[in-house]
Design a protein around this ligand. Structure first.
Ligand code: HEM
Length: 406
């Protein structure tokens, strides 16, 4: 039997409702698979994804966006110059030694302790959001909690004035036009570039203000951070600041939304969690594994290399399907079964190796507080509709809306 082609599923709504049967089949028959539509190799085995994350000399993080822009016609590419320059200096798009240097500086600010100290603030935001929704007897979890919680906490810690919180969705749309599609088109560029320029100008201005007048927030700390005379340059600050903003909320929003949907669809697991809230921590890890919020990461082959019996050529894109890897039966027995007591600690929802998510402790706290508080305050929480409103895209696994009653 010929292996299936992922490309045949990418325009089918049922694929986005449940992509895992397709990933299981790819993993079993063609684990290093070529997709014309994605313009990349597609890895679905856990071991292959981890191997590609472990070795930046073979699988590089540098130039990923350049690659998708490189396909644009010459006259369009000229317009994209600011985007090339922007991504060339960020944490997430560099390899050692540049990455090592920046990560060491940023790690000094994003410590587990600094994140843990935010728990009371997270609790206050969750309480306020749920107070606002409580009287109505129903709510759209995405709009009422999953979206505003990470936005509020990121803007608080990064020093973005509250009145600018409504700009987040707009910025995110712009950045996604340019980066999340994998194949940036001229139309993406026309839509995304002005927003991107707006975001950069906004951040430059805020950084300048913090330099003049430091506050008690992580942005001021990032501006000030120093390691043996080394500092983040102005351009590095802007790019990393942008990454912290956009990497930090769409992912967390998806974890809260799809996580809650998953719990409500598994009444036995929900009952177990309600009976013993101390299971919340391990439930969050299982939900990260089961419905991985950021499903497709990528690298660029830095040299010709062999993987899973296929020859990957230097310069080709490699899509690391984290959601597929987290359902690999070789690593997680009976992977399609949700089990909040499972030892799912090896999941790679936050990546693996040197680029391991810097915001993981914060995302875990936000999900922990959100689930505990929701289930405590609304013990009769239930879904309003059977059908889930999945977003039809392969990078993030998330919901447009999630109506619940209580
Ligand atoms: C559930 C929520 C989250 C998920 C699933 C997630 C996932 C990931 C993954 C898979 C990576 C690795 C990317 C790669 O290897 O190329 C990553 C890196 C990163 N994440 Fe997260 N993330 C989440 C929340 C956050 C938050 C809250 C922040 C910041 C406040 C954040 C900031 C970052 C940054 C800066 C990196 C780059 C680290 C580096 O390149 O060294 N993330 N994240």
């Amino acid at each position: 039997m010929a292996p299936i082609a992922l490309d045949d599923f990418l325009d089918k709504p049922e694929f986005y409702r449940d992509p895992y049967p397709v990933y299981h089949e790819l993993r079993a028959t063609d684990p290093v698979h070529w997709s014309d539509i994605m313009g990349s190799w597609v890895l679905t085995r856990y071991d292959d994804v981890v191997a590609s994350m472990r070795d930046p000399s073979r699988f590089s993080s540098a130039g990923r966006h350049a690659l998708s822009l490189d396909r644009l016609p010459e006259h369009v590419r000229k317009k994209a110059k600011p985007i090339y320059e922007h991504y060339a200096v960020g944490l997430i798009h560099t390899d050692p030694p540049d990455h090592t240097r920046m990560r060491a500086l940023i790690n000094k600010v994003f410590t587990v302790r600094a994140m843990e100290s935010l728990r009371p603030r997270v609790q206050k935001i969750v309480d306020d959001l749920l107070d606002a929704a409580a009287a109505k007897g129903e709510m759209d979890i995405m709009a009422a909690l999953a979206f505003p919680l990470p936005v509020a906490i990121i803007s608080q810690i990064l020093g973005i004035p509250e009145e600018d919180n409504d700009k987040f969705a707009y910025w995110n749309e712009g950045v996604n036009e340019l980066t999340a599609t994998g194949r940036t088109t001229e139309a993406n560029l026309e839509r995304g570039l002005p927003i991107f320029q707006h975001l950069r100008a906004y951040l430059r201005d805020l950084i300048e203000k913090r330099r003049r007048d430091p506050q008690d927030d992580l942005l001021s700390a990032l501006v000030m951070v120093e390691d043996e005379g080394d500092r983040l340059s102005e351009e590095e600050l802007i790019t990393n600041y942008q990454t912290l903003i956009t990497a930090g909320f769409e992912t967390t929003m998806n974890l809260i939304g799809t996580g809650l949907l998953t719990m409500l669809r598994h009444p036995d697991q929900l009952a177990q969690l309600q009976a013993d809230p101390s299971l919340t921590e391990s439930a969050v890890e299982e939900l990260l594994r089961y419905e991985t919020p950021f499903q497709r990461n990528w690298r660029v082959a830095a040299q010709d290399t062999d993987l899973g019996g296929k020859r990957i050529e230097r310069g080709q894109l490699v899509a690391q399907m984290l959601g597929a890897a987290n359902r690999d039966p070789e690593v997680f027995p009976d992977p399609d079964r949700l089990d909040i007591t499972r030892n799912s600690g090896r999941h790679i929802a936050f990546g693996y190796g040197i680029h391991f998510c810097i915001g993981a402790p914060l995302a875990r706290i936000e999900a922990d507080v959100a689930f505990r508080t929701l289930l405590r305050r609304f013990p009769a929480l239930r879904l309003k509709h059977d059908q889930a409103d999945w977003r039809e895209e392969i990078v993030f696994r998330g919901l447009n809306s999630l109506m619940v009653e209580f």
